[in-house]
Structures are given as structure tokens and as C-alpha cells.
Ligand binder design. Structure first.
Ligand SMILES: Cc1cc2nc3c(=O)[nH]c(=O)nc-3n(C[C@H](O)[C@H](O)[C@H](O)COP(=O)(O)OP(=O)(O)OC[C@H]3O[C@@H](n4cnc5c(N)ncnc54)[C@H](O)[C@@H]3O)c2cc1C
Length: 481
């Protein structure tokens, strides 16, 4: 029997599992998909918000402020790239300037460090490509950018290296409360655990309803994006937001950790059942262009390399839901994780461990806990001497597979064989970037498939693009007479 079963391997579930692995606990992460980071964690703005935005008296506000504070140490330990590039919220009217001042005051209550209200002129000096007419801005130096899926993968990897188990393709269908534990079942399998943590993202309401009467609902709120080529890289150097409104923080323009430019998201409420609607649409992408025009009128859309959409888990409570259920003892919800869920992940993990500690009457430290995750080698960033050394040790680092991003076979093989390693073409893309460049996998895709098939010892036809059913090859051509 496990002490804790965590349902969902997004950034919240994996952060919780890793934090729990600091203690002497038997932990299992149950994920319905074939990889970690398959839900909202896969498609978002990748911003570690400074924390002035959510009201100081909400869990969102408190978790964001603390999460931002913890993020740097977490990323250092897990060897996940994180850059504090700072953010600007720009005001284009007196009314918006009032909002900027309110955000500043709210930030002060949450002790967000280093915030400044700057003039429009100063904002233009710091970001010369802003569209004219900026009256003033809120500058927050602690805002940052990260690769969200790498953070979740790193959390999962480190949790596994510290004893946690990850069960992929385990879709929780039923949960039964027994005398001293919960029985958590998929179609074919089951596990028993003393405590259950519900970190199932968009599906957290359905999971909770397996053990209790409805207390909250989760609705999908879609956001669509453009991702511009690295050639557009110098356009903007901070995360630049418009003034927030009731639908969220607005359509932003920001650099990504790999040097691309991200433009989006919009905000579109969908029906409660539409929890898989991650398609993009022409009209909404057009809307993103219009909204982003309020930030900069120099965005070079001809350098767009892909568009994508993500679904926010919008809770009916309007705040994060992080508590032990009053209806089901030992069952903890970590639900309603819309933005700033990513930014808050380390703080949410800490908070949930506090709940588990209370429920269990005390936790013993895991004396063997290893905080550091092995660094991912980025071959292109090595010096010539280091490159030569790597190739001498392992000749696969001498074979370039992805020419856009200069990714070697050695990096791909490593991404497959790590704990919580990649099993699909897109899973490998998220881990080490073959296919993330200008050609979007047009050239390297088949070679990545060959490597996956060889390393996992499966036929090429079984290599998937992404989730279950995303078959790439259906059979051989020109066989037989
Ligand atoms: C458009 C958009 C922009 C955003 N921008 C930001 C941002 O810039 N900064 C920020 O801080 N936050 C941002 N967020 C919010 C952030 O992405 C989320 O808070 C975070 O990813 C939530 O992580 P999670 O683990 O709760 O959910 P998810 O990543 O969705 O993970 C939940 C997991 O549970 C699994 N699951 C579901 N049902 C079951 C089941 N029955 N059995 C087993 N597993 C199951 C899913 O497959 C999934 O992997 C944004 C979100 C969106 C959509």
C-alpha cells in the first residue's frame, strides 16, 4: 500500500510528489496520459509572475508571491533554466493607470520586491518597440520565464530518483473509500493509498465527485498563441502585459526561455465538457493579433513558426482550492489551478505537504533525499573543447539530428532514458527540442521516430506523435507482389 497517491502529472502533481519525496513516504503518481506535462502545463505563457496581480487575501496571491520566491532555488536544484527578466504592465489611459497603482498597492501588501511605477517615457526607453501612447507602467523585476513542461518533467524525474513511482496510462475511473485507505482504480489496474491528492487539472471536479458531493466545478477557458522564430528575438526583452481585466491578465508579448517570442493568449470560456478543445481557430488568432497590437505594432507575424492553444482550469470558486476535503477525510484537492498555478507550484507543493503532515500526525525526513537533478546537456552551448570531449566519450553526440535547433542523437537518447523519459515524438521535442525550430520537425521527425523505436525496442508503427491514438505510420508501402 502507498502512503500517498497523487492524481495528475502536471506541474502541480509532480511538484507535490517531489516535495513529498523529502519525507519517508511511499508515493505513486497516477497519470492518464502517456507522458507527464500533458495538460495545461504543456501550453501556457510560461511566466513566473512576480505576484502583484491576485488579491493579497487569496490563496492565489499568497501562493504566487511565495512560489516566485522559491522558484530560483528549485530551478537551480533541478537544473531547469529560469530567467528573471522582469515584467511591465502598461497603461494607455488614466483609468488603466489607476489599475496600475492598485496592482502596485496589492503587490506591496504581498511584499513583492523591487516594484516601481515608471513613466511612459521610461517604459518606452526600456522597451523601444512598444506601440506609442503609453502613459505609465508597473515594473516588477522578479517576474521570470521558464520552460513549464521541463519544470514538471524535472520535478517528476527528481521525485522518481527519490523513490516515488510514476504510473503513466493510468486513468483514474473510480475511487473507493475503505476503512483505512482509498482504492484508486483505472480500467485494468488499482492502487491503495492512505491519502489521495487530486491534482487532475481540468478534471479535478470529476475526480472529486468520485468521493464527495459536488463543491466546485472546473470550466475550460481557452487561450491561443503565436510562437515567433528566434529571428524575432530582440523585439521585446521583458514580459509585457496590458492592464488586466475580469477575464485575466490579458494578451502579452514575451520572450521564451529559448529566445523565441510568444504572443497571446486570448481568453474564451468554453462549455464544461470541452476539456480537450485545444484546437486553434482563425477568428481567435486574429483577435490575439488585435489585442497584442496594444503592446507593440511591430510584431513580425511573418516569422510565426506555430500557433497553439491551452486550456485554463477555471474554478467556480475563483480561487485555488487547496484543502483536505471535509466530506472525505484523507482526500486533498489541489484544484482550480488557473494562472498563476505554474508560478505558485513550489509554494503549493509546500502547502500540501503541510496538510499531509497534519493529517498523518507528523512526517519523518527521507535521510537519502537527493535534491539535485542531473543537468541536461545542451550540445550546441558547449565550447569546442567540451564538444570534442563529449564526442570522444559518446559518438552519438557527434550526429546532428535536428538542424534547426542543432540537437544531437546523444541528447535524444538521454531524453528517452532518464527517469520519466520521453516516449513520443512530441515528448522528445519538449525534452530536448528536436522539431521545435523553424521546420517544426519536417526534417528530423522521422529520424526521432527511428531513434525512439530503436531505444524502446518497438516497431516504428508503434511510435506515437503525442497522446494515445496519435498514430504516425499505419504500415509499409510497396510490400507484397
Ligand atoms: C493559456 C494559459 C496560460 C497560462 N499562463 C500561465 C503563466 O504564464 N504563468 C502561470 O503561473 N500559470 C499560467 N497558466 C496556468 C498553468 O498553466 C497551470 O496553473 C498549471 O499548468 C496547472 O498545472 P496542473 O498540474 O494543475 O494541471 P495540468 O497540467 O492540466 O495537469 C493535470 C494532469 O492530470 C491528468 N489527469 C486528468 N484526469 C486524470 C485522471 N482521471 N486520471 C489520471 N490523471 C488525470 C491530466 O492528464 C494532466 O496531465 C496558464 C494556463 C493557460 C491554459
Amino acid at each position: 500500500m502507498y502512503n500517498v497517491a497523487v492524481i495528475g502529472a502536471g506541474v502541480i502533481g509532480t511538484a507535490i510528489a517531489r516535495e513529498l519525496s523529502k519525507f519517508d513516504l511511499k508515493i505513486v503518481i497516477l497519470e492518464r496520459d502517456n507522458d507527464v506535462s500533458s495538460g495545461s502545463t504543456k501550453a501556457n505563457s510560461a511566466i513566473i509572475h512576480a505576484g502583484y496581480d491576485a488579491h493579497f487575501d487569496t490563496l492565489k496571491g499568497k501562493m504566487n508571491a511565495r512560489g516566485n520566491y522559491l522558484m530560483e532555488d528549485v530551478c537551480n536544484e533541478l537544473n531547469v533554466p529560469f530567467k528573471r527578466i522582469g515584467s511591465l504592465v502598461i497603461a494607455r489611459s488614466e483609468k488603466e493607470f489607476e489599475t496600475v497603482k492598485e496592482l502596485y498597492e496589492n503587490g506591496l501588501k504581498l511584499e513583492i520586491p523591487g516594484m516601481e511605477i515608471i513613466s511612459g517615457e521610461e517604459a518606452m526607453k526600456r522597451e523601444p518597440n512598444l506601440a506609442e501612447g503609453v502613459l505609465g507602467a508597473l515594473y516588477a523585476p522578479t517576474a521570470g520565464i521558464v520552460e513549464p513542461w521541463e519544470l514538471a518533467m524535472a520535478y517528476a524525474e527528481n521525485a522518481i530518483d527519490n523513490g516515488a513511482e510514476l504510473r503513466l496510462n493510468f486513468e483514474v475511473r473510480e475511487i473507493e473509500k475503505k476503512e483505512d485507505c482509498y482504492s484508486v482504480r483505472s480500467e485494468k489496474d488499482s492502487v491503495e493509498a492512505e491519502y489521495v491528492i487530486n491534482a487532475a487539472g481540468l478534471y479535478a471536479d470529476r475526480i472529486y465527485n468520485m468521493v464527495a458531493d459536488s463543491e466546485f466545478e472546473i470550466h475550460p477557458r481557452r487561450g491561443q498563441y503565436y510562437l515567433l522564430d528566434k529571428e524575432a528575438g530582440g523585439l521585446i526583452n521583458h514580459v509585457v502585459f496590458p492592464c488586466p481585466n475580469e477575464m485575466g491578465k490579458g494578451t502579452l508579448v514575451a520572450p521564451t526561455i529559448d529566445g523565441n517570442i510568444l504572443v497571446g493568449p486570448d481568453s474564451e470560456d468554453l462549455e464544461r465538457e470541452d476539456k480537450e478543445a485545444v484546437n486553434t481557430t482563425y477568428d481567435r488568432l486574429d483577435r490575439v493579433k488585435k489585442l497584442a497590437g496594444n503592446i507593440s505594432d511591430k510584431i513580425p507575424y511573418k516569422l510565426n513558426i506555430t500557433t497553439f492553444a491551452g486550456l485554463r482550469a477555471e474554478p467556480s470558486t475563483d480561487d485555488f482550492i487547496i484543502e483536505e476535503s471535509k466530506q472525505a477525510k484523507g482526500f486533498v484537492n489541489a484544484a482550480g489551478m488557473k494562472s498563476p498555478g505554474l508560478s505558485s507550484a513550489p509554494a503549493i507543493a509546500e502547502y500540501v505537504v503541510g496538510i499531509v503532515e497534519k493529517m498523518s500526525g507528523g512526517l519523518q525526513k527521507n535521510e537519502n533525499f537527493k535534491p539535485v537533478r542531473r543537468k541536461r546537456i545542451k550540445f550546441e552551448e558547449l565550447s569546442d573543447e567540451e564538444k570534442n570531449e563529449m564526442i570522444k566519450k559518446d559518438s552519438r553526440y557527434g550526429r546532428i539530428i535536428c538542424r534547426c535547433e542543432m540537437i544531437t542523437e546523444g541528447e535524444i537518447v538521454d531524453a528517452i532514458h532518464r527517469s520519466a523519459g520521453g516516449r513520443t515524438v512530441n515528448g522528445i521535442k519538449r525534452r530536448c527540442r528536436p522539431g521545435a525550430g523553424r521546420c517544426q520537425g519536417g526534417f528530423c521527425g522521422p529520424r526521432v521516430m527511428e531513434i525512439l523505436a530503436r531505444e524502446l525496442n518497438v516497431p516504428m508503427e508503434e511510435v506515437l506523435m503525442e497522446n494515445k491514438g496519435s498514430v504516425i505510420l499505419t504500415g509499409k508501402t510497396k510490400v507484397g507482389g
